[in-house]
Write a protein that binds this ligand. Structure first.
Ligand SMILES: Nc1ncnc2c1ncn2[C@@H]1O[C@H](COP(=O)(O)OP(=O)(O)OP(=O)(O)O)[C@@H](O)[C@H]1O
Ligand SMILES: [Mg+2]
Length: 388
């Protein structure tokens, strides 16, 4: 079981700062070789992991190194009463104790530290430090006041206020910018591979930050558009071609973005076994509705109470549908998605949508007037027919 806890403390400043970008490049190269390692025996793997951890300990990783004892004292022996979401103020650190031992767990732990030490962006969660004492593996992050998108969108309790339309668009654009940074600014590109509602964290102003980089993978180089790798990820969020063939590309992340964006619009989980069988898979439920514009309003989360700009709903659903296309090569680039979402989350889009609504209403009024005139004319004619 993973344990998440928080403790109150003054955030310690990292002792080592990241050196120049050239050094970052060297590290990324080391990371490239690391993430592609395949060692035959368990003992050689263990030795390799131990050496890697030691290297990062001595290296230029910005994250602070904690001892297990320090974290244990700070979190009262990882006491469940400190678990995130159980109240408390002034927290600024989230502590995650990994329980996945063995090679895969260690690899994810190191990948997480490397990615978050080398890549920095307002839409990626910050890693404050880590602990790798003996068999213990603990990660310490900045604390995100509003928990995850899953908490705020899909798991909300009756006394919680549902997210309004604008906040939903703000979250979507923030998460998309995080992906854009990984795909298009990081060099070599990074495929996130674990884009899902529980990994999108929200700060006090609902800025979205991506978390959990343990499954991240360096993108293809040398003109290729995918890397081949065993399928891991979360069922439902995985792109069909990756699930079927193990071919992973940045477009696999775009598909997962489409799934989460559809969850944001509809308030439905990708897989929800509590619904009637034909509605349990969100994509299967949505596909026929995507084909008919008249059905679009049926897809808006009922918790929005109808309070959304109609045109923006249409455009948002069009973006989701494009990201969810079976054929990976025709999905949009995440930077194109960011451009559309930035527009959708601006006042300009809202105003245009309101104007369109007004126009529609006026047209309706005009139509009614025309109808009235026609009816009057018909009545007159009818009257004159009767009298003649
Ligand atoms: N930095 C953080 N600040 C505040 N809450 C956090 C933070 N990181 C995670 N959480 C909370 O802890 C929950 C569990 O996160 P965790 O990453 O352990 O599991 P998960 O994302 O649900 O599943 P997975 O194990 O597949 O990643 C999140 O849904 C969120 O509510
Ligand atoms: Mg997670």
């Amino acid at each position: 079981m993973r344990c998440f806890s928080c403790y109150m403390s003054e955030e310690k400043k990292p002792e080592k700062s990241l050196k120049k970008s050239i050094q970052e490049y060297e590290d990324t190269r080391a990371f490239a070789s690391f993430t592609n390692i395949s060692l035959k025996t368990e003992s050689s793997r263990k030795r390799y992991i131990a050496e890697e951890i030691e290297k990062y300990r001595k290296g230029n990783i910005a994250a602070q190194i904690f001892t297990f004892n320090e974290l244990s004292v700070a979190t009262q022996k990882f006491n469940p009463k400190n678990l995130i979401g159980e109240g408390g103020f002034g927290r600024d650190i989230a502590v995650k104790k990994l329980d996945r031992n063995g090679f895969q767990g260690n690899r994810e732990f190191l990948t997480e530290i490397l990615i978050l030490s080398l890549l920095h962006h307002p839409n990626l969660v910050k890693l404050v430090g880590y602990c790798a004492d003996g068999e213990q593996r603990v990660l310490v992050y900045e604390y995100m006041q509003n928990g995850s998108l899953e908490d705020r969108l899909l798991d909300i309790s009756l006394n919680q206020k549902p997210l309004d339309w604008n906040t939903r668009m703000k979250i979507a654009v923030g998460a998309a910018r995080g992906l854009e940074y990984l795909h298009e600014k990081a060099n070599p590109p990074v495929i996130y591979r674990d884009f899902k509602a529980s990994n999108i964290l929200l700060d006090e102003s609902f800025n979205a930050k991506l978390s959990d980089f343990g499954l991240a993978k360096l993108g293809p180089t040398g003109g290729k558009n995918h890397v081949s790798t065993p399928v891991i990820g979360t069922y439902g969020y995985c792109a069909p071609e990756y699930a079927a063939t193990g071919q992973l590309s940045t477009m696999s992340d775009v598909y997962s973005f489409g799934v989460v964006f559809l969850e944001i619009i509809t308030g439905r989980r990708i897989i929800d076994n509590s619904r009637p069988s034909e509605e349990q898979n969100l994509i299967t439920w949505a596909q026929p509705l995507f084909k008919d514009k008249k059905s679009f309003h049926l897809m808006a989360d009922p918790l929005l109470g109808g309070d959304y700009p109609e045109k923006a709903l249409y455009q948002a659903l069009a973006v989701a549908a494009m990201c969810l296309q079976e054929e990976a090569t025709i999905r949009p680039l995440i930077s194109d998605v960011v451009t559309v979402l930035e527009y959708l989350s601006t006042d300009k889009s809202q105003k245009e949508s309101e104007e369109d609504d007004d126009k529609d209403n006026n047209e309706d009024d005009d139509e009614e007037e025309d109808n009235d005139e026609e009816e009057e004319k018909e009545e007159e004619e009818e009257g004159s027919r009767r009298s003649s």
